[in-house]
Design a protein around this ligand. Structure first.
Ligand code: NCD
Length: 324
């Protein structure tokens, strides 16, 4: 693997599959009574979060700890320094503390790239979400979850629905899913599709009802009000009516199809409560799989080898095959 994970586009098919297969082994570790491996003992992982987060920060923390790394949480929100200075000064501090990996979330698109390419730090940089740009480990955990339910993703049809314009999850998923051979349809009102979407490896639609019967998985996106500086749709009610997933719409899905959401959900807006809690929903499982995927990413970046870790004497080959 390369030194950093900044974009889903950094991964070719073999690298993506290596992470997903390694995550399968990590996931089997999570199912054991003692969930810990010594693989990253003595290594330091810093979680550098300039933007609010619940599940992503906790997920990286759990991932580092399960591999026995020292995990330092650095919440940089509230700094009075300007963004450029703040990032540089923080980076120099991390370097002085001997960080081996820096997991960064920032409201500015490109901040992880700046950190990785600045020469300020020697560590591996993992993008945990930058502005409206990318969130590659979310795409990996989504692909991992889809593979557990759908098998090989080649030719599988995935609908990504909602606020694509402000979603780093949508972009990273579109890139990774294309690498894995899946066919992605973005469903959104025209105002919530990004300029240049025609260059993405996807098709687009404004019609959710027409897309659902053809989908193997449907991924609902949160409406990101905190990133909106204008009115992108007439009202919340109108948005839900056209683009929300409720029980009637879920009934249009094929029997095998799954419902996903990266969280945090706004129940009643993009997804109804009964759909979120339904048997087709894999939303809680996505969180569990997130830890396994982040363990795999940290392990592969920091261990410096493409080989699978020793997680126990007799279970080193229990990968995704055993879980499929
Ligand atoms: C997403 C994010 O932060 O980009 N959440 C997450 O990482 N689980 C999506 C969102 O905030 O809506």
């Amino acid at each position: 693997m390369k030194r950093h994970l900044l974009s889903a586009a950094d991964l070719d098919r073999d690298e993506a599959l290596l992470i997903l297969d390694t995550a399968g082994e990590m996931r089997s570790l999570a199912d054991r009574p003692i969930k810990k491996s010594p693989a990253l003992r003595g290594r330091t992982v810093v979680n550098l979060f300039f933007e609010d987060s619940t599940r992503t920060r906790i997920s990286f923390e759990a991932a580092g700890k399960r591999l026995s790394a020292d995990v330092i949480n650095f919440s940089a929100k509230g700094s009075s320094l300007s963004k450029g200075e703040s990032l540089k000064d923080t980076a120099l501090t991390l370097e002085a503390m001997g960080a081996d990996a820096v997991v960064i979330r920032h409201s500015a698109s490109g901040a992880p790239h700046r950190l990785a390419n600045s020469g300020w730090v020697r560590s591996s940089v993992v993008n945990a979400g930058d502005g409206t740009h990318e969130h590659p480990t979310q795409a990996l955990l989504d692909a991992f979850t889809m593979r557990r339910h759908l098998g090989d993703l080649d030719g599988r049809r995935i609908a990504i629905v909602g606020d694509v314009l402000h979603s780093r999850v949508a972009r990273s998923n579109a890139l990774l899913l294309a690498t894995l051979g899946a066919e992605v349809t973005l469903v959104a009102p025209p105002t919530l599709l990004p300029v240049g979407v025609e260059t993405w490896p996807v098709t687009t639609s404004y019609d959710l009802d027409a897309t659902l019967p053809k989908s193997d998985a449907v991924m609902m996106l949160r409406v990101q009000r905190e990133r909106m500086n204008a009115a992108f749709f007439p009202s919340a009610r109108e948005y839900s009516r056209r683009y929300g997933l409720d029980a009637r719409r879920m009934g249009l899905l094929d029997a095998h199809a799954i419902v996903m959401h990266p969280g945090p959900m706004i129940r009643g807006m993009e997804i109804s409560a009964d759909v979120a809690d339904s048997e087709r929903s894999v939303i809680v499982e996505q969180v569990t799989n997130g830890v396994a995927v982040r363990m795999a990413v940290l392990y592969l970046l920091l261990s410096g080898s493409g080989e699978a870790p020793e997680t126990s004497e007799n279970n080193t080959t229990a990968g995704t095959e055993a879980l499929a």
